[in-house]
Design a protein around this ligand. Sequence first.
Ligand code: PMP
Length: 375
Amino acid sequence: MNRSPTDADPLAPLIASVIRADVRAQSAYHVPDAAGMVKLDAMENPYTLPPALRQQLSLRLAEVELNRYPVPSYGALKQAICREQQVPQGYDVLLGNGSDELISIISTACAGEGRKVLAPEPGFVMYAVSARLAGLDYVGVPLRPDFTLDLPAMLAALEQHRPAVTYLAYPNNPTGTLFDAQEVLQIVAAAAPFGIVVVDEAYGPFSPHSLMDELPRFNNLVLMRTVSKLGLAGLRLGYMSAAPALLREFDKVRPPYNINVLTEAAALFMLEHLDVLQAQAAELRAARTGLSARLAGLPGVDVFPSAANFVLIRVPDADKVFAALAARKVLVKNAGRMHGLLQNCLRITVGAEHENAQLLAALAEALQVSSSAPN
Ligand code: PMP
């Protein structure tokens, strides 16, 4: 049955008595309509798979028994991930329906009266959203204006709040910054007496450095990754590794069949052909260098260094430039209102060559229009 908006009113008392007040006050995660646009807002890999590989994949998926539940241990997929992603010997992974689900599993497992989650800001919004939904208090610690970690502020906040969970995205979203590895490890060590530190390597494929090797040195370190930015965002598959005893606790919270059989089969197939995705990531890293240089050459544009598959820039008026880009069918992320430190910032995903060229041309025009248009 279709409901018109006016049908909502009779439901108001029911909703008020059933749905939590904080959920009612919240707005849903907004994903803008990108139909017909050059889509550079969501850090997706712009490349599809070569036709021969698609063909092989379709045959593999055709064999999957859709009538059966997945086998919830996901042994073969986990083994392949551990092997191909250099997970240390003796360490396992826990799979999530995207790393979004892993974040929510962590929140559920760690929530409790007075418990806290801490992260530098600006950072990935789901750390705070998921924490609050689980009833955890969230503490954001501002980065420095150049988006590097403010280590003394982080250490002081750890001491003051003793958070159960600290998140560090390495590299960070939405800034693209690769935090100093020694500073990250200092934070892991400082949190050890009371909390875990989740190092989120969602953008690992574009970064020169990983902290995966550090796992055996820290019992409180959790290393989280996703296949999303590597070219498989539609699969929804994330994974995390940690000391086995800690991982076993998180596994109790995981819904038993959280990875569907098609994702499982497709991921296994792609891990056999990882070289294709890694070559695409290498192209994107090279394109990032070129794009950053060309962006920096535009008048009035500041470019922040990025170790991810996107570039954060500051323009004179982000709202106007964003609108002028959208009018030219280019969709980027207007980060300007996400956080005080991000004033007038736009986050631009590195696209395919023709998309980057379209973006640059549209941006050059948008900057002119925005500087001449009245407020
Ligand atoms: N971590 C970070 C830092 C992200 O930016 C994102 C998505 N933008 C995620 C995790 C979630 O990724 P997934 O697609 O695996 O849910």
